[in-house]
Design a protein around this ligand. Structure first.
Ligand code: PEP
Ligand code: MG
Length: 875
């Protein structure tokens, strides 16, 4: 039997999400649950993939199957496509496996043409409705299928409103709508040099193709990259009989969540508009009413809707986000899905649903997206400063958090300014899906139009970005790059602050304070700790970062990059002295100046970590990174060191390397200058002795890590220096203290020869930044410049520097872990590259049986949850 590419809703169920997409599977499931769902069918994700495999063409077989199902839909609905006496109109909507709100395209009212519209007008006795639906269809079709600019259609509407002297679309009557249809079609014909297609079947076919195409539009690709959604999933297409919310005042449409997506409060939350179509609510063009008001406006539909909400939430064991339409007082469900929510709401919902007995702890843990926790770890406004600040306006608290930054008016400006390291707040009339990248880099988003479920609100909540929406008090002048509120004008570049939890807007900079883990967050993280197998350490170079990481639950430090301390204050002078020294004697003199500073740093870190393990890595980067570059600094150094300026210049020139990343760095430095490793060992061991004396119960055992090793002999050479120096100090001080020497695995050769290296190394830590760099041969400093081309051309979907490339780099990790264990069965294995804080990489580390992951302090809670989820999914 040939493969089936199309399913009626009644043939599917919720477990068929991979094939039918989330929307299709859930529509089918709602139908199975006996809920009022308009009839329809789903063209599968496999059809989408086949469309791409066949060179962006729908094959003849699939085309036939689609039209077969169209006939079935005609039977079920007892309406006919293109029949003016009894017309079937459909919506065509995308639906991927994971929900991607607003990223792909939707077309409503498909099936309209000049004859059908007349039929609809006489059948409903409502010509305004008929022509309004027709003009919307032309507009959407032109935009989605033919790529015509939406703005031109809006211009035509504005012209007509101006001519008539009215402000609202609703003030245009049937004749105006008829005229509008004419003008839209004329514009369509002139722009594309073809007539608007009158054949509903052709309309349908082209619409389905357009939805498949939209799977690869730039914003969908960006969204997928941000949310780890593979391009190979494809999107399904749902073709569904239209029900109309815009047929009169006993009709309406809305969206609602079973719980509050901002706070998690267990109360129905949503918005609706009477006499409107779906896109009016989400596009934020008209400001809607709250769902509570539906109780009075349409009591029967409201009653039914609340019952359905309760059933759906219980059924899916998750907060639901639903779309509905009321047609002549009858309720229809158009969608349900697990609702996007803020991190705070996610935690409250998970804890509440556990307490309500709906879900287990493990199910609760799986309900929160680890990356989302990030938004709870960042600063909030300082209470005292907030009290004295006076809001300039207030609007809807669409996505919580505190944002403070310089005003920008377009997504492009946001991207440009953020690239320069500026913090920006994006101020827009309304946002559209094209703005997603600009929204992503902004501290906060402020919109003039739109409700709590507008695009800006939904997307901002998903990203954990603060958003205040629907601030009608603001007048934006995009040309002048200003906005005005209550007589005061704000310019591009001025600072404003937004409070996404109250909706307040401030025309000033407000200081922020650090976050803390308490309440639901704390309780939830304890559950995660009970379940996870991987330990979570942090990468920290200062006592302050170390303390922050401990507050976030770090169980040790996996990487202290000692060179970072060398840049501080006056130390750089001593470092430079060490580098330009010509003799060992000179170098030792400079190192002697650095010793007390390093020892002090390590003491501070040991104190902050209160006896938790600390891995200290020895000097790693190319030395010339520390050298002065400006003539002034070079002259200053020559003066300080009392050496000849020209001589210093020639030393600096001599240190120049063509490829410093593969140059004189890592253990190679200690091989050339063992006295550096001696000084660092002295600092580590003496610091540990001192702190152990002050806190005998902490029992510190230093972990010394040698970087960039590719051969056992390299490690052995440096290790011998370490052991000799350490043992001498311990003997001199008459102290018994264990210490450990290990290495980073960050050069492919080290992974290949890990069994030999493990003879010397007590532990391995995978330095996946360098390991990725050297495995791919991509410079980690330059790859950003060309990897975008890789994403665009679909050569790569993900940044290998952000997410472990399991196929290649992962193979080396697996091999090194196995080889290491073959020599030293209990070898401690960790990861300290950037990947240590990435949830999908953490899952990989769990499977590889690593002991710990180490990541930056702000990613520690994310890693704790990701490690718990890895343990649950790999049970
Ligand atoms: C690494 O290479 O992954 C690593 C942690 O070291 P660094 O980033 O300091 O090179
Ligand atoms: Mg490295």
């Amino acid at each position: 039997m040939s493969k089936k590419y199309v399913y009626l809703f009644s043939e599917g169920n919720e477990n068929m999400r991979e094939l039918l997409g989330g929307k299709g599977a859930n529509l089918a499931e709602m139908m199975n649950l006996g809920m009022p769902v308009p009839f329809g069918f789903t063209v599968t994700t496999e059809a989408c993939n086949k469309y791409y495999d066949d060179g962006e063409k729908i094959s003849e077989d699939i085309r036939k199957e689609i039209f077969e199902y169209l006939m079935k839909l005609e039977e079920l609905s007892q309406k006919q496509f293109g029949d003016p006496k009894n017309p079937l109109l459909v919506s065509v909507r995308s639906g991927a496996r994971a929900s991607m709100p607003g990223m792909m395209d939707t077309i409503l009212n498909l099936g309209m043409n000049d004859d059908v519209v007349e039929g609809v007008a006489s059948l409903t006795g409502n010509p305004r409705f008929a022509y309004d639906s027709y003009r919307r269809f032309i507009q959407m079709f032109a935009d989605v299928v033919m790529g015509l600019n939406k703005a031109k259609f809006e211009e035509i509407i504005d012209e007509m409103k101006d001519k008539k002297g009215v402000k609202q679309d609703t003030e245009l009557d049937a004749d105006d709508m008829k005229e509008m249809v004419k003008r839209f079609k004329k514009f369509y014909q002139e722009s594309l040099d073809e007539d608007f297609p009158a054949d509903p079947k052709e309309q349908l076919y082209r619409a389905i193709e357009a939805v498949f195409r939209s799977w690869n539009n730039p914003r969908a690709i960006f969204y997928r990259k941000m949310n780890d959604i593979p391009g190979s999933w494809g999107t399904a297409v749902n073709v569904q009989m239209m029900v109309f919310g815009n047929m009169g005042n006993d009709c309406g449409t809305g969206v609602a969540f079973t719980r509050n997506p901002s706070t998690g409060e267990n109360k129905l939350y949503g918005e609706f508009l009477m006499n409107a179509q779906g896109e009016d609510v989400v596009a934020g063009i008209r400001t809607p009413q709250t769902i509570d008001q539906l109780k009075e406006t349409a009591p029967a539909a409201y009653q039914k809707f609340t019952e359905i909400c309760a059933t759906l939430e219980k059924h899916y064991k998750n907060m639901q986000d639903m779309e509905f339409t009321i047609e002549k007082e009858n309720l229809f469900m158009l969608q349900t899905r697990n609702g996007k929510r803020t991190a705070a709401a996610a935690l409250k919902i998970a804890c509440d649903m556990y307490d309500e007995g709906t879900i287990t702890r493990e199910e609760a843990l799986m309900m929160v997206e680890p990356k989302q926790l990030d938004s709870l770890l960042h600063p909030r406004f300082d209470d005292a400063a907030l009290k004295t600040a006076k809001p300039i306006a207030s609007a809807l608290p669409a996505s919580p958090g505190a944002a403070c930054g310089q005003i920008v008016f377009t997504a492009e400006q946001a991207i440009e300014e953020a690239a320069l390291g500026h913090k920006v707040v994006l101020v827009r009339l309304e946002t559209s899906p094209e703005d997603i990248e600009g929204m992503h880099v902004s501290e906060g988003i402020l919109t003039v139009r739109g409700g709590m479920t507008s695009h800006a609100a939904v997307v901002a909540r998903g990203m954990g970005t603060c958003c205040v929406s629907g601030c009608g008090e603001i007048n934006i002048n995009e040309k002048e790059e200003t906005f005005e509120v209550k007589g005061v004008t704000y310019h591009k570049g001025d600072y404003i602050s937004l409070d996404g939890s109250t909706g307040n807007i401030y025309g000033e900079k407000i200081p922020t304070v650090p976050a803390e883990i308490s309440g639901d967050f704390e309780r939830f993280m304890k559950w995660a700790d009970e379940v996870r197998v991987l330990k979570v350490r942090t990468n920290a170079d200062t006592p302050k970062d170390a303390a922050q990481a401990v507050a976030f639950g770090a169980e040790g430090i996996g990487l202290v990059r000692t060179e970072h301390m060398f840049f501080e204050g006056d130390r750089i002078k001593a470092v430079r002295e060490m580098i330009v020294s010509k003799t060992e004697g000179q170098r030792r003199k400079a190192l002697a100046k650095l010793l007390p500073m390093q020892r002090g740093d390590f003491e501070g870190i040991y104190e902050a970590m209160k006896g938790l393990p600390v891995t200290i890595r020895y000097l790693d980067p190319p030395l010339h990174e520390f050298l002065p570059t400006s003539s002034y600094d070079i002259a200053q150094l020559a003066k300080d060191m009392k050496i000849d300026l020209d001589e210093l210049r020639s030393v600096i020139m001599g240190l120049h390397e063509f490829n410093p990343m593969m140059g004189h760095r890592g253990c190679r430095l200690a091989i050339s200058y063992p006295e550096i490793a001696e000084m660092q060992t002295t600092a580590v061991i003496e610091a540990a002795i001192n702190v152990n004396k002050a806190h005998p119960d902490w029992n510190i055992e230093p972990e010394i890590m040698i970087p960039l090793v590719g051969d056992k002999a390299e490690l052995k050479y440096v290790k011998d220096v370490v052991v000799r120096t350490a043992d001498e100090i311990l003997k001199r001080e008459n102290v018994e203290m264990k210490y450990h020497v290990g290495t980073m695995i960050e050069i492919p050769r080290a992974a290949l020869l890990a069994d030999e290296i493990a003879e010397e190394a007590e532990f391995f830590s995978f330095g996946t930044n360098d390991l990725t760099q050297m495995t791919f041969g991509f410079s980690r400093d330059d790859a950003g410049g060309f990897l975008n081309d890789y994403y665009e051309k679909k050569i790569f979907e993900q940044d290998p520097f952000a997410r472990v490339d399991q196929k290649g780099v992962g193979k080396l990790i697996k091999m090194a872990a196995e080889l290491g264990r073959s020599t030293r069965p209990n070898i401690k294995l960790g990861i300290c590259g950037e990947h240590g804080g990435d949830p999908s990489s953490i899952e990989f580390c769990h499977r590889m049986g690593l002991t710990y992951v180490s990541c930056s302090p702000f990613r520690v809670p994310i890693a704790r949850l990701a490690a718990a989820q890895a343990a649950i999914t790999n049970k």
